[in-house]
Design a protein around this ligand. Structure first.
Ligand SMILES: [Zn+2]
Length: 330
C-alpha cells in the first residue's frame, strides 16, 4: 500500500482501559509492541506519561531510536478535531477532554503526531493490511462493550466536517429504547452491544427468569457479562440463546440501515461480541437481508476482522504514514 518499503511509524492505541504502542513497518508488520494499563483515575499527565513510556519501550524492544521513525499515529477512544489536534469528546478518557493531545505528544517526542478515532484507525488497519484490502467502499463495525465504526468511501476514511463521522453506534434504532451513554435513547449500541446484552440478561434474572446464566457468573448477577451469557447459551440455556438472538436481531436492523445508506461492497465485523459467531450473526444477516433493499443487500459481502488486537496500532501507524504523504526524511 505504501511505496516506500521499510518506512517505519509508531501506532498507539489509546483506550479507556489499555494503551498499546507498536513500531510498525509500512507493509503492516509489527516489529515490537508494549501494552500498559491506562491510568485514567490518575489524570491527564499520568496518561500521557504512560503513552510515552509504552512508546519508548516498544522502540527499545525493536532496538530502534525515535529518529528512525517517520511519524506517530494515535488511535484514541474519542473524537478530535483534525485541525486543532484537540480531543473534544472522550467518554472513556474524561481527563483528556479539551486537551491538546497532538501538540503535547509532538513536543515530547519531536515527531509529527496524528490523531484519529480508534474505530476509524481499526477500519484503516483492515483496509491497508486486513480483511478489507483492495476495497473501495466499505464499513467497519466493531461490536464490543459499545459499537463503533469506520466508513471508507472511495478508498478513504470519511471523517466528516469536524472529524466526528462514523459514530454508527449512536444511530437511533428504537426512539423509546433504553437510555444510551451519549444521552440519547435507543441507540444501536444501547440495544446491540455486549453491554446491552449483559444488562438485558441481568434484568431478566432480577425479574426471576428461569435460567442457568447465573451459574456461569459465580452466582453474582453483577458479574453477568456478554461472555457469561454466551457460555450459558453454548450449554443450551434457552434464555441465553433467546437474548443472543435478540441482540443479533438489533445488530441486523443497524446493518440494514448502513447498507441502505452507503451501498457498501463490504462490511467488516470485529470486536469481542462478534466472537459469539453464528448464534449472533446468522439472525443479524437474516434481518439485514429482510430490511435492506434487495439489490444493495445482494451487492454486499460480510467478512470478519482479521487483525484482532493489533488493528488499532496498525491503522494508526498507516494513518500517520498516509498523512505524511511520503515526506519522511530517512
Ligand atoms: Zn448513543
Amino acid at each position: 500500500m505504501f511505496n516506500d518499503l521499510g518506512l517505519l511509524a509508531i501506532g498507539i492505541d489509546l483506550g479507556g482501559s489499555k494503551i498499546l504502542a507498536a513500531v510498525v513497518e509500512s507493509q503492516g508488520k509489527v516489529l515490537a509492541s508494549d501494552e500498559s494499563a491506562t491510568p485514567v483515575k490518575r489524570g491527564r499527565q499520568a496518561i500521557i506519561q504512560s503513552m510515552l513510556k509504552s512508546t519508548r519501550q516498544a522502540l527499545k524492544q525493536a532496538n530502534m531510536d525515535i529518529s528512525e521513525i517517520c511519524a506517530i499515529g494515535v488511535g484514541v477512544a474519542g473524537i478530535s478535531n483534525p485541525d486543532t489536534g484537540i480531543l473534544f469528546t472522550s467518554p472513556n478518557l474524561p481527563p483528556l477532554r479539551n486537551v491538546p493531545l497532538r501538540d503535547m505528544m509532538q513536543k515530547k517526542l519531536g515527531k509529527k503526531v496524528f490523531l484519529i478515532n480508534d474505530a476509524n484507525a481499526a477500519a484503516l488497519g483492515e483496509l491497508y493490511f486486513g480483511a478489507a484490502r483492495g476495497a473501495r467502499n466499505f464499513i467497519y463495525v466493531t461490536l464490543s462493550t459499545g459499537i463503533g465504526g469506520g466508513i471508507v468511501i472511495d478508498g478513504k476514511i470519511y471523517t466528516g466536517t469536524i472529524g466526528a463521522a462514523g459514530e454508527i453506534g449512536h444511530m437511533t434504532i428504537d426512539d423509546e429504547g433504553p437510555l444510551c451513554n451519549c444521552g440519547n435513547r435507543g441507540c444501536w449500541e444501547a440495544l446491540a452491544s455486549g453491554t446491552a446484552l449483559a444488562k438485558e440478561a441481568q434484568q431478566r434474572i432480577k425479574r426471576g427468569a428461569k435460567t442457568s446464566i447465573l451459574e456461569y457468573a459465580g452466582g453474582d448477577v453483577g458479574k453477568v457479562t456478554a461472555q457469561v451469557v454466551h457460555s450459558a447459551a453454548k450449554h443450551g440455556d434457552s434464555l441465553a440463546k433467546e437474548l443472543i438472538a435478540q441482540t443479533g436481531y438489533y445488530v441486523g436492523v443497524g446493518l440494514a440501515n448502513l447498507i441502505n445508506i452507503f451501498n457498501p461492497e463490504l462490511i467488516v465485523i470485529g470486536g469481542g461480541l462478534s466472537n459469539i459467531g453464528d448464534m449472533l450473526l446468522e439472525p443479524a444477516f437474516k434481518v439485514a437481508g429482510g430490511r435492506a433493499y434487495k439489490e444493495t443487500f445482494q451487492a454486499v459481502r460480510f467478512a470478519s476482522a482479521e487483525l484482532g488486537r493489533n488493528s488499532g496500532v496498525l491503522g494508526a501507524a498507516a494513518f500517520a504514514l498516509q498523512e505524511m504523504k511520503g515526506l519522511c526524511g530517512k
